[in-house]
Write a protein that binds this ligand. Structure first.
Ligand code: C5P
Length: 221
């Protein structure tokens, strides 16, 4: 059985940062499932497929030419869509907003499921997202759900956007984060919520390395 550590939680909580560090420490593979939803949204918008055209959207989800490659400069994964690097296009709030709208549709989630499960390779996988522990890797032996108050998450998200050279202000970011959380938590299919067997960590007053330590204690391999 290939071990999986799932890290779920709301926007801006720092899942990606923690997942990156933990995957590097464990020398496990990494799945940023949000990048798949974002890339899908970008591809649909480039092709001008409307949100009610479910047939075309499902076809796109099944045929999406999406690849991840190590980006050693940033110690993360670069994302290629139709052979073009789209890593920075994926990080904007517009793409995130669009991704969360498409992510409400059950048929799209279904079509992206196996693509995510294929990341489960030896020696193990760290997977971050919204439904990693509840749906995609329900049988994972290690599950974490990160939380933090919304003001703190908006601050973290804004800092991250600015580091990537994207402008924004705190009030707008706070609104964006709230809106996306609400949509992700209220949707019918795979809503954002902790798996019953997940360790819930409130990160509001914790540093990244304190969160990483707690997660590493859980995995202990
Ligand atoms: O994690 P990230 O902010 O990149 O995710 C973008 C959007 O993709 C989320 O707001 C959510 O709607 C969707 N998503 C999802 N399920 C996942 C990962 C992301 O629905 N496992």
């Amino acid at each position: 059985m290939i071990p999986v550590l799932t890290i779920d939680g709301p926007s801006g909580v720092g899942k990606g940062t923690v997942a990156n560090i933990v995957a590097a420490r464990l020398k496990w593979n990494l799945l940023d499932s949000g990048a798949i939803y974002r890339a899908f949204a970008l591809a649909a918008s480039k092709r001008n497929i409307q949100i009610d055209n479910i047939e075309k959207l499902v076809e796109l989800a099944s045929n999406l030419e999406l690849n991840f490659a190590p980006d050693s400069a940033n110690n993360t994964l670069a994302v290629y869509l139709d052979s073009q690097e789209v890593s920075s296009d994926l990080r904007t709030e517009e793409t995130a907003e669009l991704a969360s709208k498409f992510a409400m549709i059950g048929a799209i989630r279904e079509s992206l499921l196996i693509r995510q499960q294929d990341f489960r390779k030896l020696p193990g996988l760290v997977a971050d997202g919204r439904d990693m522990g509840t749906v995609v890797f329900k049988d994972a032996p290690y599950k974490v759900f990160l939380t933090a108050n919304v003001e703190e998450r908006a601050k973290r998200r804004l800092k991250q956007l600015r580091q990537r050279g994207i402008t924004g202000n705190i009030l707008q970011t706070l609104e964006d984060v709230k809106k996306r959380d609400e949509r992700d938590a209220r949707r019918k299919h795979s809503p954002l919520m902790p798996s019953k067997d997940a360790l819930i960590i409130d990160t509001s007053d914790l540093t990244v390395s304190e969160v990483v330590t707690k997660v590493m204690v859980l995995v202990k391999v």
